[in-house]
Design a protein around this ligand. Sequence first.
Ligand code: NDP
Length: 283
Amino acid sequence: MAKLISGKEVSAKVRAQVREECEGLKAKGICPGLAVIIVGNDPASRVYVNNKKKACAEVGFVSEEYALPEETTQEELLELIRTLNNKPEINGILCQLPLPAHLDEKEVINAIDPIKDVDAFHPSNVGRIMIGDYHFLPCTPAGVMEMIHNENIDVSGKNCVVIGRSNIVGKPMAMLLLHENGTVTICHSRTKNLKEICACADILVAAVGRPKFVTADMVKPGAVVLDVGINRDENGKLCGDVDFENVEPKASYITPVPGGVGPMTIAMLMKNTLMAAKLQANA
Ligand code: NDP
């Protein structure tokens, strides 16, 4: 039976550390501030934005929400970002993705001042991650690493397999495991012999976006299984990319969905915002 890595517990620890550091900064007259931009009426984005605001309040940050209508133009959005880039009380800027189809996501990400890019999506921050000289890490992969560290799992020399190669999860995830000396394989929809590759993994990260994609026959006995996926199963119930029920008895550690990687993402956003405030104040 696997040990469950609770994202609720680990994220609470991270938030408590951030809250404590935030109090220290406030004593020096520095109050971290996060601006969250949301364009349109996507209900899932609304939930994420509300959760981010709640987390800010809990750790003691100021948060500002900019809810823009669906028909916002690219120039209006860029103008807001320019204003926030120049606003000293705002240390972190986050533009909730996906944006409505008529907006150019890439240009929006590029417009955010890299020192306020708490999602770590700006090409300059992505490049810094590549060379291992970074201030911010993308929140979801950073959250997975935090869970690994919290259990004192040594990545060095381990076969690590990441399923998924998106810019926000798969690729940076692989890079972070590589920085810790894992032997990393990235799999995707064109990968041949996916099952066999996964079955060799000591550490398996699933970031596919397909319910119960990772089945027990893809998992090495004793593997550490980290499930990034957030999906709905055939009954509309929240589930991950891993067939939890059948994989759990085989793994040494596993993250549940919900209550696994999900809560870590917001906690790491708080950590990045704190870092942004410290960098901008030279604190
Ligand atoms: P993307 O859709 O951007 O990427 C999915 C990746 O999975 C792609 O690289 C794709 O390959 C690969 N893939 C799809 N089908 C297969 C297959 N049959 N075999 C092998 N690989 C496959 O998703 P994201 O990376 O953004 O997100 C992944 C999951 O994580 C989603 O469920 C998402 O909701 C969740 N998520 C959770 C977060 C959290 O806070 N817990 C945060 C962000 C995401 P290819 O590139 O070849 O198309």
